[in-house]
Each structure stands twice: as structure tokens, then as C-alpha cells.
Design a protein around this ligand. Structure first.
Ligand code: FPP
Length: 251
């Protein structure tokens, strides 16, 4: 297996609708199959010792989908949590949600809160679902919360810096795990789609043509193999590109 593992992987589970339509089914069938893929990938990430896994299950933009599709997506999420929470507990997985939780139906929220509580004492993989999530919303909310704190006298405008901004993001409770190392996107699309823009500032990206309902643990391992070959420089120069000092002397 990959020698160098990412601490935090984020997955854009894309292509459920196209996967189903190519097979003559409704888009909804694609979401059903897509949901059934989540379990094995979560388990594999945990088995491999990945510390955090964030799955983009519903974006702020997804609210514009037809009502019957929305209904199915929320039902699938509820069913997944009801069915899997005990298994996740046995596997020592912690769980939380990032996004506009207040917008969700109270029944969905209750199921989420119950899973979060049940899994809160665990120390294995930190599993996050991004629900009604959008980075622009997250950043504008952070700006508003900071402004509120300034008006209330708890902060001064000059306090703002990168460290402090992190505390106002939905990922603040992840601490040093908030930083994303690897983003995987399925379905051949090569976009970031408003996902973890701040947290993935230095992430590596892995794109696969497979649609999410075809994504299996072995594909996660492939992404990790690929990641282990990347040279991460974080804006600096890596050991492979370091020129001998005499080269600089001539400049
Ligand atoms: C993208 O496919 C997928 C989504 C918008 C939803 C992802 C949700 C799931 C896999 C189910 C959620 C369940 C859990 C347990 C997290 P798309 O519909 O945009 O596909 P398309 O691009 O082919 O239309």
C-alpha cells in the first residue's frame, strides 16, 4: 500500500445521475447505488489509517434540484445513518457534519445529531458529511460571525489572520485535521465545485472517469498510490528541484 498516506481525504461523489441514465434508469436509482458505495469506502479509509474523510453529499447549489430527487437524497442519508451508526461505532469512527445544518428538515437533523452523539467518543477515522455545504457560504458566514464579534467587542478587526479565520469555519472543530491533503472527484469532471476551497488550498487532486456508483475500495487505494508519488511543495521548492548553490551564484 501507499507509503505516504494523506491525513485528510475529501471526496466529491459525482456522477450518480449519469451512471443511472446511461443504464436506462432514473437518476434516483443512481443515488441509491451511490449511497450503497459509501460504506465500503469509509471502512477502507479507516482500515488504511486515514485520519479524516469528508464526503460531499449535498451542496448549497443542490437545493435547486427537483423536489422528488431532494426527498430521495435526504431519505437515503437518514437510512444510511440509521443502518450504519452501530457498525461505525464498532469500527471506532467519529462523525460530524459540516454545512448549513439549520436548513435541513428537523427529522433529518435529529438523525444526524443522534449519530454524532453516539460516535462522539470514538478515536478512529473522523468521518464528515458535507451537507448543504458550500465554501462561499462558509467563508461569508465566517466574515459575518467575525463582524458580530467585533461589534460586540469580543474581537478587534486587526485580530483577523489566517489562524483566527479557521476558528470561524465549519471545520474549526477538526483542528489540525481541517487541512485537506487529497481531493478525489469521480465522473470525469475536473472542477472543485465550491468544496473546501480554504481547507484544500494545497491539496492534491485525483480525478477518475468512474462514476461514484462504480467507485470501490480498490479505486481508493489507486488514488492513494498516485498521491504517494506526488511531490508536495506548498509553494516552496521540493528536494527534487533544488539546484546546486553554484547555479545561483551565476545569477
Ligand atoms: C452527484 O451526482 C451526487 C450527489 C449530488 C449526491 C451524492 C449523494 C450520495 C452518494 C448519497 C448520499 C448518501 C450518503 C450516505 C452520504 P449527480 O446527481 O450530480 O450526478 P450527475 O452529475 O451525473 O447528474
Amino acid at each position: 500500500m501507499a507509503a505516504r498516506l494523506p491525513k485528510h481525504i475529501a471526496i466529491i461523489m459525482d456522477g450518480n445521475g449519469r451512471w443511472a441514465q446511461r443504464r436506462g434508469h432514473s437518476r434516483i436509482f443512481g443515488h441509491v447505488r451511490g449511497t450503497s458505495r459509501v460504506k465500503a469506502v469509509v471502512r477502507e479509509a479507516n482500515r488504511l489509517g486515514i485520519r479524516a474523510l469528508t464526503m460531499y453529499a449535498f451542496s448549497t447549489e443542490n437545493w435547486s434540484r427537483p423536489a422528488p430527487e431532494l426527498k430521495v437524497l435526504w431519505r437515503l442519508l437518514k437510512k444510511y445513518l440509521i443502518r450504519e451508526t452501530e457498525e461505525l461505532h464498532r469500527e471506532n469512527v467519529r462523525f460530524r457534519v459540516i454545512g448549513e445544518i439549520d436548513r435541513l428538515d428537523p427529522e433529518v437533523r435529529a438523525v444526524i445529531e443522534s449519530s454524532v452523539r453516539r460516535l462522539s467518543g470514538n478515536t478512529g477515522l473522523q468521518l464528515n458529511f458535507a451537507l448543504s455545504y458550500g465554501s462561499r457560504r462558509e467563508l461569508s458566514r465566517a466574515a459575518r460571525l467575525f463582524a458580530d464579534d467585533c461589534v460586540a467587542g469580543r474581537r478587534r478587526p486587526e485580530d483577523m489572520n489566517e489562524e483566527l479565520l479557521r476558528e470561524y469555519l465549519w471545520t474549526s472543530e477538526l483542528g489540525d485535521l481541517a487541512e485537506v491533503d487529497l481531493v478525489i472527484r469521480t465522473s470525469g469532471e475536473r472542477r472543485v465545485s465550491n468544496f473546501l476551497l480554504w481547507q484544500a488550498a494545497y491539496a492534491e487532486f485525483f480525478f477518475t472517469e468512474l462514476c461514484w456508483p462504480d467507485f470501490e475500495p480498490k479505486h481508493l487505494r489507486e488514488a492513494l498510490e498516485d498521491y504517494s508519488r506526488r511531490e508536495r511543495r506548498f509553494g516552496g521548492v521540493g528536494p527534487k528541484s533544488l539546484a546546486p548553490p553554484e547555479k545561483f551564484a551565476k545569477l
